[in-house]
Design a protein around this ligand. Structure first.
Ligand code: PMP
Length: 448
C-alpha cells in the first residue's frame, strides 16, 4: 500500500522533540513502584478540596505503572465523594412528583448546568446519555433522520472512532450517502479537502476533535468556520480532547458535540451530547420521554452528579494539568526516539494531545512489546481498546499510510492526572532492552 504523502518525511528517532510543554511541576513526583496500595474511599479529600497530588500513580490495584489512560481512567476521589450520597439517601428519580423526586430533579439540573459550563454552553443544550457511543448514535442518526428532507449526504473521516465509522455504515443501509475523508500522514484532516467534498445534498459533517489513538488534534475551529453559513451541521466527537484542550461552544460554532464522563475522571458508562439551540434531532431511543424526549430512560443521577463534579475539576485544573502532561509526553518522546534506533512517532509532531505518545518500532510487533511491558508491570496499549480484540491493524494508522506490518509495530502511551514523572523513568529503564531483545528474535528486523 502506498503512503498517503511520500514527499513528507516521517518523524524518526533523533528528530527534534515536539513543542508544547514546560518543565514538569516540581514536587509532583511520587514513586509508582512497589508497595503502592490502592486509594481507599475513606482517603478521599473533601469536595472542592485539593487535588490528590501526593498519591499520583497509586490507582491500580496491582500496582502497575498505568499508561493507558485513553482506555480507562480512575474516578477522581473528589468525584467519588460527590457521588456517594446519590447511591443512598439521595436516591430519588427525577421523574417522580414527590419531594424526593424534586430533590433529584434539582441535583440533575444543577449537574446539567455544571456540564454546560464546562463546554461554554447553556443547560438546555445538554442531554445525558449512557456514553460517547450513544451520543454519537444520537448525533449522527438523530440528525440525519430528522433532516433528510434537506439532503442525504453525510461526511465523516477515515480516522474517526470506530463507533462513528460503524454508524456511517448503518446510515448507508438507511439510504444515506456517506463520504469518508482521508487524513494526511499525521492523521490531520485538511479543511479545504473536506470543503471540496460538500455537495448540495450534504447535511452533516462529523470529525473527532482529536484521535484517541495517535493523539492528533484536528483543526476544528477552522472546520467550523468553513462550514459557517453553509447550512451543513458539524458534529464533533470530543472524547479524546476533553479535559486536555479547552472546548468552548461560545467561540467554536459546533452544532453537536459528544463528551464522555470517564475521560474527565468521572464514572464510566455515562456521557452527554451538546446540541446547539435550534439544532433539530430525531430521538433514537424510545421510552418515557426523559431528556426532552431525546434520550428516554431514567437518568443515572449519581453518575451525572459525578460527571458535573469531574467537569468542574477539569476546568479548574486544565491550565496547570495540560502543560504538566505535555512535559511528560515530550520527555518520553524525546527519550524513546533518542535511545531506541528505528523508532518513529506516529501522529502529528506538534498538533497532538498533551497526554499521548504513540510510537512505531521497526521489526517488532506491538503485541509482543505490550506483553513484555506487562511482565514488567507496565500497562500500555497497542491502540484503541474499543477494537483491541480484533487482529486487524488500526484503521487510523492504515489511513495515515502505514503498511500493515508497520501499523502492527505500534504502541500507545497515554498519561493522566495521576501519572507521576517516575512512570517515565520506569518505562525508559526497561523499554530499550525489551526492544533490543525482541529484535534479536525477530526475522523482520534485519539491521542487527
Ligand atoms: N469516541 C472516542 C473518541 C473514544 O475514544 C471512545 C472510547 N473511549 C468512544 C467514542 C466511545 O466511548 P464509550 O465506549 O464510552 O461509549
Amino acid at each position: 500500500m502506498a503512503r498517503s504523502d511520500p514527499g513528507d518525511a516521517p518523524i524518526q528517532s533523533g528528530d527534534a522533540p515536539i513543542q508544547g510543554g514546560g518543565a514538569p511541576t516540581p514536587g509532583r513526583e511520587a514513586s509508582s513502584q512497589g508497595g503502592n496500595t490502592p486509594t481507599q474511599g475513606g482517603n478521599a479529600p473533601t469536595q472542592g478540596g485539593n487535588a490528590p497530588t501526593q498519591d499520583r500513580g497509586v490507582f491500580s490495584e496491582g500496582g502497575e505503572v498505568y499508561l493507558d489512560y485513553q482506555s480507562a481512567r480512575p474516578v477522581d476521589p473528589r468525584v467519588a465523594e460527590a457521588m456517594q450520597p446519590y447511591f443512598t439517601e439521595r436516591f430519588g428519580n427525577p421523574a417522580s412528583l414527590h419531594a424526593v423526586g424534586d430533590r433529584a430533579t434539582e441535583a440533575l439540573e444543577q449537574s446539567r448546568a455544571g456540564v454546560a459550563a464546562f463546554l461554554g454552553a447553556t443547560p438546555g443544550e445538554i442531554v445525558f446519555t449512557s456514553g460517547a457511543t450513544e451520543s454519537n448514535n444520537l448525533a449522527l442518526i438523530g440528525y440525519a433522520r430528522k433532516n433528510k428532507r434537506s439532503g442525504n449526504h453525510v461526511i465523516i473521516t477515515e480516522v474517526d472512532h470506530i463507533s462513528v465509522l460503524n454508524i456511517g455504515k448503518y446510515l448507508e443501509q438507511e439510504g444515506f450517502r456517506v463520504t469518508r475523508i482521508p487524513p494526511d500522514q499525521y492523521g490531520r484532516i485538511n479543511p479545504e479537502k473536506l470543503r471540496a467534498r460538500i455537495t448540495d445534498d450534504t447535511i452533516l459533517v462529523s470529525v473527532g476533535w482529536a484521535s484517541n489513538e495517535i493523539g492528533t488534534v484536528q483543526p476544528i475551529p477552522a472546520i467550523a468556520e468553513m462550514l459557517g453559513g453553509t447550512g451543513v451541521a458539524l458534529h464533533v466527537d470530543a472524547v479524546a480532547a476533553e479535559g486536555q484542550l479547552p472546548l468552548d461552544m461560545g467561540t467554536v460554532p459546533v452544532d453537536l458535540l459528544t463528551i464522555s464522563s470517564n475521560d474527565i475522571y468521572g464514572p464510566q458508562g455515562l456521557g452527554a451530547l451538546y446540541i446547539r439551540r435550534g439544532t433539530r434531532l430525531a430521538a433514537v431511543t424510545m421510552g418515557g420521554g426523559q431528556e426532552r424526549g431525546l434520550r428516554s430512560g431514567t437518568e443515572n443521577l449519581a453518575g451525572i452528579v459525578g460527571m458535573a463534579a469531574a467537569a468542574r475539576i477539569a476546568t479548574e485544573e486544565l491550565p496547570t494539568e495540560a502543560p504538566r502532561l505535555a512535559a511528560l509526553r515530550d520527555r518520553l518522546i524525546q527519550e524513546v526516539l533518542c535511545a531506541i534506533p528505528d523508532s518513529h512517532l506516529n501522529g502529528h509532531p506538534v498538533e497532538r494531545l498533551p497526554n499521548n505518545a504513540h510510537f512505531r518500532f521497526e521489526g517488532i510487533e506491538g503485541e509482543s512489546l505490550l506483553l513484555s511491558l506487562r511482565d514488567e508491570g507496565i500497562a500500555v496499549s497497542t491502540g484503541s481498546a474499543c477494537s483491541s480484540k480484533t487482529l486487524e491493524p488500526s484503521h487510523t494508522l492504515i489511513s495515515c499510510g502505514l503498511l500493515h506490518e508497520e501499523a502492527h509495530g505500534s504502541l500507545e502511551f497515554t498519561f493522566g492526572r495521576f501519572s507521576p514523572e517516575a512512570d517515565i523513568d520506569r518505562v525508559m529503564e526497561v523499554l530499550p532492552g525489551i526492544v533490543r531483545r525482541l529484535r534479536r528474535l525477530s526475522p523482520l528486523y534485519r539491521k542487527q
